[in-house]
Design a binder for this molecule. Sequence first.
Ligand SMILES: NC(=O)c1ccc[n+]([C@@H]2O[C@H](COP(=O)([O-])OP(=O)(O)OC[C@H]3O[C@@H](n4cnc5c(N)ncnc54)[C@H](O)[C@@H]3O)[C@@H](O)[C@H]2O)c1
Length: 350
Amino acid sequence: MNKITIHGSSSYEVIIQQDILSLAGELLSNKIGGEKALIVTDANVGGLYLNTLADSLREVGYEIVDIVLPAGELSKDVENYIFLLEVLAKSEFSSSDIIIALGGGVIGDLAGFVASTYRRGTQFVQIPTTLLAAVDSSIGGKNAINLPTAKNQVGTIRNPSLVICDPAVMATLSNNSKLDGYAEILKYGILSGNEIINSLRQAIIYNDYSDVISHSIRIKKSIIEMDENDQSFRQYLNLGHLIGHAIEAYSDYHISHGIAVSYGLALETRACAFAGYTSLRTYNAITDLLREFDFDIEEPYRFEDLIPYIMRDKRIRSGVIQILVPIDIGECIMRPLKVIHLSEFIKLAF
Ligand SMILES: NC(=O)c1ccc[n+]([C@@H]2O[C@H](COP(=O)([O-])OP(=O)(O)OC[C@H]3O[C@@H](n4cnc5c(N)ncnc54)[C@H](O)[C@@H]3O)[C@@H](O)[C@H]2O)c1
């Protein structure tokens, strides 16, 4: 059993082990307690893994309520947030009972936001079932829902009580969903160096994501432990997300998060190269890497369509945004840019 402890305002374990899903009940009972468990999942994941999880929880005596939402980004909304709060209230959940997110980043972000606000916070367990959720969204405590105008506009930073990751569930992911995970892993590679990129190559060859998941979590851990509240270092994790989030929202979420981030990695680096912040050599190295993993790097939309979404980025603070500049694979810096210059900077990418 591979255990990684994340230290922060509250510390928690991430447990990574093949076929651990059927042992989740025992783990929760030993490590967290409580009497009731709300499992939030989506229709795809529910059909595949809900019974295994629910049986393991019932075996150790938990009273289960399960909610199966439609799959996809549109479920991360205010209506489902209120619906889940009402389910908890009607089922008389207390703050020592558990909310479990069984799914990808959509379910994790939504259920985490519910758990962080119901009765000012209840126990929350992430069971990530996508590669993206395993390597990124299930750790770090960021929870959010979308507003019609932009992504992740309402949320909290509150750590889960436990993360249980079973790499065996990655076997049923679609190719697109795997690409979503690869995009976030390549982002870690651009931030930290080639080692994680080689881990990803090995994972694909041997069809076993255990090591690349652990490796990714260690990289994210090293960043979030320095800046849990996203005031400085943590912003490095937003590499590719300035344009990525805009593409995702403008596409009305038909382009998924990771794929949108892959466009963002290419386009933001191109803007940096044309602004003279980085070299064309670095731009070429990043686009070669993206192509190696089968990403398309040509912009899917026009600058004019994306810019209103970019200008709504929630990281704009006091008229300034931190632009993340890849200097080389494994080396990035942050450069503050006044928002009045943001539009002309982004235009360089198109
Ligand atoms: N909180 C954070 O720190 C953070 C970080 C990165 C991304 N995110 C958020 O994560 C979301 C994207 O997450 P995602 O890429 O996991 O998308 P997702 O949750 O929509 O899952 C993608 C698809 O895969 C299906 N699926 C999930 N697990 C499966 C499995 N094991 N087998 C078969 N199908 C499976 C789902 O039903 C869905 O259709 C976005 O909303 C993004 O904003 C949050």
